[in-house]
Design a protein around this ligand. Structure first.
Ligand SMILES: [Zn+2]
Length: 216
């Protein structure tokens, strides 16, 4: 897998079907999540949302809406703590309390986990493995840091550098996401013109299971 140091951490999913995945972290958010769902629906594109327990607790109807639109739900923990600074019991609680909440609303247990800030250590990976999660990072080389507000044009340009199997990290909450929304709306038709196949991360992982050494 992409990361030679730790094969448990998924950064890309090599495939020959021109698949890429868009992932949206930190939501759901009352303004941006519905706007994003509309944009994605317009292009009939399905993505993966790494949601936070604390946001799901506040906006359970938005979690339902994401799910009903056919997108995939991933676990991004409950309070978005730096897990590398927490005890094992706190790490476990951050993951499981979010999982239990998601399950109580959707009847679905997430299988993909992304840690806050992308930070992890052996304890985090061990706990993810123990609970049958695939630990998902992203294609960091793209430099897509939407939280720095690089501008719509620059974001589109960076996203057009994708390669097959890439995992794009974006956010639908946690700050001003207007640029992200606009960039996503502009880039999706361009990526489709380039014959990229935008699919949820879980789908990309499944279709490429032979190549992937995750914590599945
Ligand atoms: Zn996050």
């Amino acid at each position: 897998m992409g990361n030679e140091e730790d094969e448990k951490v998924i950064q890309s999913v090599p495939n020959e079907q021109r698949m890429i995945s868009f992932t949206f972290d930190d939501g759901p958010h009352p303004e941006y999540t519905p706007e994003l769902l509309k944009i994605l629906q317009k292009f009939n594109v399905k993505c993966t949302f790494f949601v936070l327990g604390e946001c799901v607790e506040r906006f359970p109807h938005l979690l339902k809406s994401i799910h009903e639109h056919g997108h995939e739900i991933g676990n991004h923990t409950y309070y978005h703590l730096d897990l590398t600074q927490q005890s094992s019991s706190v790490i476990e609680n951050e993951i499981i309390s979010s999982e239990v909440l998601i399950n109580s609303i959707l009847g679905v247990t997430p299988t993909l986990l992304r840690s806050p800030y992308g930070l992890y250590n052996d304890a985090v990976l061990d706990i993810a493995t123990k609970h049958n999660y695939t630990f998902c990072h992203w294609s960091e080389y793209l430099g897509l840091e939407d939280w720095t507000l690089p501008g719509v044009e620059r974001m589109v340009e960076m996203m057009l550098n994708v390669k097959m199997g890439d995992i794009l990290l974006l956010h639908d909450a946690g700050g001003d996401r207007k640029e992200t929304m606009d960039a996503v709306e502009q880039v999706i038709p361009k990526l489709m013109d380039l014959n990229f196949n935008i699919v949820p991360l879980g789908e990309m992982l499944k279709s490429c299971s032979l190549n992937v050494k995750g914590v599945i």
